[in-house]
Design a binder for this molecule. Structure first.
Ligand code: IPE
Ligand code: IPE
Ligand code: MG
Length: 262
């Protein structure tokens, strides 16, 4: 009997042609969308909220269990002050406006990142929103804000060491992974980045190890139901091997690692 690790999806092969359980998205291209229309960059961020609403609704409809979106990276503080401040205000406004709907739809909201970087009213709003939806059992919606994949690994290392005083070696991947800020969810099956760039930009570095990557030139404000379905279709046409051969997957032959030859 194979004991699947509690959170790693890299050792069990999920059923093919399924709806991805966990979709992670870098919502990129808001600024360019606005610039193309001769509008200020921030107009693209406002429009981006509409796209997110449509994507959340589509994920709910399709039965996605976890949707994780990158809203603000630890590197985005480098942007002009006015843009950062607009983004913070938009976050507050959108959360206030949407939280009831999120709750009504039985979704559980989490905001993941270094919240110490935010003003107290925003942190309070985040905590209240998380508390309101904490007992919900439907889709898990996670917003990564002031998040960075390296930050996540480093804070997990600190916690792991603190939880085993005096131990300096011999830790396993699961020891570390259980302290990651996103340890509550399985690793993403499908990663999507809009906006044409083909990079990870410090998003979920640990968890994307075996995710299927999907890049589209569509700018985030243009992304919606049809575009998401296209990404899911692309995912469904892939063969996830996790190191195995294609023949093993077809025959259902067990891994050598199961009988101890890891
Ligand atoms: C993504 O869109 C939103 C955030 C990073 C907050 P951008 O603002 O990066 O848009 P582009 O990439 O400049 O077009
Ligand atoms: C990544 O987009 C972060 C978010 C979408 C929140 P960026 O636009 O900041 O990424 P880079 O700077 O092009 O890599
Ligand atoms: Mg960008």
């Amino acid at each position: 009997m194979v004991r699947l690790p509690f959170l790693s999806s890299t050792r069990g092969v999920p059923e093919a042609a399924k709806i991805p359980r966990h979709i992670a998205i870098i919502m990129d291209g808001n600024g360019r969308w606005a610039r193309k229309r001769l509008m200020p960059r921030v107009a693209g961020h406002a429009k981006g909220v509409d796209a997110l609403r449509e994507v959340i609704r589509t994920c709910l409809d399709r039965g996605v269990e976890y949707l994780t979106v990158f809203a603000f990276s630890s590197e985005n503080w480098r942007r002009p002050k006015d843009e950062v401040s607009f983004l913070m205000q938009l976050f507050v406004k959108s959360l206030k406006l949407e939280i009831e709907r999120i709750h009504r739809n039985n979704m559980r909201l989490r905001v993941v990142g270094d919240l110490a970087g935010f003003d107290k009213p925003l942190v309070d709003l985040i905590r209240d929103s998380e508390a309101l939806t904490a007992a919900n059992t439907g889709m898990n919606l996670t917003i990564c804000a002031n998040y960075g994949g390296r930050w996540d690994v480093m804070q997990a290392v600190d916690k792991m060491l603190a939880s085993s005083p005096g131990v300096t070696s011999g830790f396993s991947e699961d020891d570390l992974a259980s302290h990651l800020a996103l340890s509550f969810c399985p690793e993403p099956d499908l990663f999507i980045r809009t906006g044409g760039e083909q990079r990870i930009s410090n998003f979920m570095l640990w968890q994307l190890a075996y995710s299927e990557l999907y890049f589209t030139d569509k700018l985030w404000p243009e992304f919606g139901e049809a575009a998401l379905d296209e990404a899911i279709l692309s995912y469904q046409q892939r063969e996830r091997r996790f190191g195995r051969t294609s023949e093993q997957l077809v025959s259902g032959e067990p891994d050598s690692s199961v009988s101890g030859h890891a």
